[in-house]
Design a protein around this ligand. Structure first.
Ligand SMILES: NC(=O)c1ccc[n+]([C@@H]2O[C@H](COP(=O)([O-])OP(=O)(O)OC[C@H]3O[C@@H](n4cnc5c(N)ncnc54)[C@H](OP(=O)(O)O)[C@@H]3O)[C@@H](O)[C@H]2O)c1
Length: 289
């Protein structure tokens, strides 16, 4: 049977990988929700239906979910994300949606170590208690975050981070998308909360070594303090909330928070999780100067 899937956060980092994956399948239709359907539609494959919708507009959510079986729920990190997730879950119940696949974050918990972890924990709980079928994916740190340092790597042959010698099992966003697609189109993993990671825990020293090898020149990791990370983000124009969040995460990852390897990508998708070296070769190398 063909399953109708709606993806929120469709133009974001994970959404941009997930939409083409779902669009290429013959066993589902995919609808991409965005606040700006005019421009987003141009970037998606022709099979994708694009609908306007905002977490703050209940009527738009209900309209977007008409005839939908499964919602893939992604919202950006922000202080209002619990209300946003609640709005989506409430609209899903009103609209007769059967299942919600939520992209959460590693070790999400209401008593978690960072504010974002606690907010994700609250969102996970409200979905679990909703009565809807659910599948919650909790990804580790995204490999693609290094793309934010591309200018520095290209211009100064170095990148900065606040995680010290901490090792974490960073994951390729393509594996998050593959896992979300598997979760959305089958019922094999319903009502589970699943931590997903890359194949091994690595530090930014390891990242620098891999990048140096691939680039054929020395690329260095400059370790700075989590407070320096926060100050630098504020200097770049990030808001206080986001700068705090990334400072907190730096501290947590530096202390081993992300040192959690699972084989759940393989269990969900049938394929092993991509290594950092593969990510760097396929996604980063073409953009190195
Ligand atoms: N970065 C990491 O290392 C990491 C690790 C683990 C988990 N996560 C979690 O993964 C999740 C997905 O992350 P991501 O990076 O893919 O997200 P993202 O790139 O920040 O994208 C989120 C999308 O949400 C949409 N959006 C924003 N505000 C909205 C609103 N008010 N109403 C409706 N849509 C709205 C935007 O699309 P439009 O502008 O088109 O509306 C945006 O493209 C997040 O919850 C994050 O916390 C991240």
């Amino acid at each position: 049977m063909i399953r109708n899937v709606l993806v929120t956060g469709s133009t974001g980092n994970v959404g941009s990988s997930l939409i083409p994956l779902l669009a290429s399948r013959s066993d589902c239709t995919v609808t991409a929700m965005t606040r700006d359907p005019g421009s987003a539609g141009q970037n998606f494959p022709a099979e994708v239906q694009v609908v306007g919708g905002s977490f703050e507009d209940e009527a738009s959510l209900i309209a977007a979910m008409r005839g939908i079986h499964t919602v893939v729920l992604m919202a950006p990190p922000n202080p209002g994300c619990v209300q946003q997730n609640r709005a989506v879950v409430d609209a899903a119940k009103t609209s007769g949606v059967k299942k919600v696949v939520r992209i959460s974050a590693i070790k999400a918990s209401e008593n978690g170590r960072t504010e974002n972890t606690r907010l994700h924990g609250e969102c996970d709980t409200l979905l679990v208690e909703s009565g809807l079928q659910y599948l919650i994916l909790r990804p580790n740190y995204f490999m693609q975050n290094i793309m934010m340092s591309l200018d520095s790597i290209n211009s100064n042959h170095c990148f900065y981070a606040g995680t010290g010698d901490g090792k974490f099992a960073m994951i390729d966003i393509r594996d998050v998308a593959d896992s979300a697609a598997a979760a959305a189109i089958t019922d094999q993993f319903n009502n589970e909360i699943i931590e997903i990671s890359g194949p091994q825990s690595i530090s930014f020293h390891d990242v620098a070594a891999t990048l140096s090898e691939i680039a054929g020149r020395q690329i260095s990791y400059v370790a700075v303090s989590p407070d320096d990370v926060k100050a630098s983000l504020l200097g770049m124009g990030f808001g206080e909330w986001m700068a705090n969040l990334l400072g907190e995460y730096s501290e947590a990852y530096g202390a081993g928070w992300g040192d959690l390897v699972t084989d759940n990508v393989q269990r969900l998708t049938g394929n092993p999780a991509r290594s950092f070296s593969r990510f760097a070769t396929e996604c980063l190398a073409p953009r190195l100067r």
